[in-house]
Write a protein that binds this ligand. Structure first.
Ligand SMILES: C=CC1=C(C)c2cc3[nH]c(cc4nc(cc5[nH]c(cc1n2)c(C)c5CCC(=O)O)C(CCC(=O)O)=C4C)c(C)c3C=C
Ligand SMILES: [Fe+2]
Ligand SMILES: [Fe+2]
Length: 319
């Protein structure tokens, strides 16, 4: 057995080709942690029906951003940077919830290296049952089924970690510096939406998001800011206001300069590269927002990698 510790980075995953879009969506819509559709035994069937209708539009979106999700490469780069930062006592692995490498594939790779201690580190800063909760459930299911003895601990959120806040603030500062007059900029935080029913059932996601925004904005003076929610994916009540409505509202009130700040995901993916850059960008310009920009995603920002390393070291010091 190796004395090293494995860091298992939990992420959603995304299709790595246009052919992968349908099976990726099927995995997602079959997961009752993220969406419950009908009784459990019918969900795979209903998921198939939903995906058949949704896939052509989603495939076109992926085609427009280069034919695949960049999440695999970006997460691998984060894993590599984190491993370098942590040094020889640690090895980093990636487990994607709805695509490859799957949780099973990641655990097999850890076992092959003879490592028995695992720290599962969610790459979603804000805890939700739909995201981190689902990845941890999947990890526990696979661990049980495999019958292998790993010593596992979990880092399930970091929405208020000072280095995460600093990394976001750094991207905002860079974004603001691109405008001619920063006092004329509306900052719009755009978090991934979630059905309101999750919050009503006690999910801390919304309060985590609000705390991140509060802590980031403590670092800025005289900047006007707003919070809205993007990427709803079904006919129930989702968190409000939607990013779309907020862009319209701010444009109607004369906003000409907007800096959109994606929250909830730390890497570029379909919702930054397509939904924000292409969809909201063109809508904003049509509505008279002449200078529309987005902050860079954290990806492998040195401050963000430092944040992940600190989370791991704090967890390591507990045992
Ligand atoms: C079905 C309901 C969905 C909920 C609830 C949801 C919550 C949620 N998602 C993210 C982050 C990501 N979502 C991504 C893709 C994606 N999400 C949904 C649906 C729900 N998400 C779908 C159907 C898809 C696929 C794309 C599409 O069909 O529109 C991704 C990965 C994208 C990629 O680059 O491939 C991420 C990341 C969060 C943070 C969240 C709630 C907190
Ligand atoms: Fe989404
Ligand atoms: Fe999503």
């Amino acid at each position: 057995m190796s004395a090293k510790t494995a860091i298992l980075l939990l992420q959603m995953g995304g299709p790595d080709s246009l052919d992968a879009v349908e099976p990726f969506l099927l995995n997602l819509f079959a997961d009752r942690d993220i969406i419950k559709i009908g009784p459990a035994f019918l969900q795979p069937l209903i998921a198939r029906f939903i995906v058949r209708r949704r896939a052509p539009r989603v495939m076109e979106n992926y085609r427009q951003i280069g034919g695949k999700s960049p999440l695999r490469e970006l997460t691998d780069a984060q894993a590599k940077a984190l491993e370098e930062k942590l040094g020889p006592d640690y090895r980093c692995f990636v487990a994607m919830r709805y695509w490859h490498p799957s949780t099973l594939e990641a655990l097999a790779a850890i076992r092959k290296e003879g490592i028995s201690r695992v720290i599962a580190l969610s790459l979603y800063p804000h805890y939700s049952r739909a995201t981190t909760g689902s990845s941890i459930n999947e990890l526990n299911k696979v661990l049980q089924a495999a019958g292998v003895q790993f010593e596992v601990s979990y880092i399930d959120s970091f929405y208020n970690h000072p280095l995460y806040i600093q990394a976001l603030a750094e991207k905002i500062e860079t974004g603001l510096a691109g405008f001619a007059d920063r006092s004329q900029v509306e900052l719009l935080f755009s978090a991934h939406s979630l059905p309101q029913s999750f919050i009503d059932d006690g999910d801390p996601y919304l309060s985590h998001i609000e705390e991140t925004v509060r802590l980031v904005m403590e670092r800025f003076e005289k900047v006007s800011y707003h919070l809205a929610f993007q990427s709803r994916a079904g006919p129930v009540k989702w968190l409000e206001p939607s990013t779309d409505e907020m862009v319209k509202h701010l444009a109607a009130h004369g906003c000409k300069n907007m800096l959109m700040v994606p929250l909830s995901f730390v890497s570029d993916h379909i919702e930054t590269l397509h939904e924000i850059d292409i969809e909201y960008g063109s809508e904003a310009r049509q509505l008279g927002i002449t200078d529309f920009r987005r902050t860079e995603s954290l990806n492998s920002s040195p401050l963000f990698i430092e944040c992940l390393a600190d989370l791991v070291q704090q967890e390591g010091n507990k045992s």
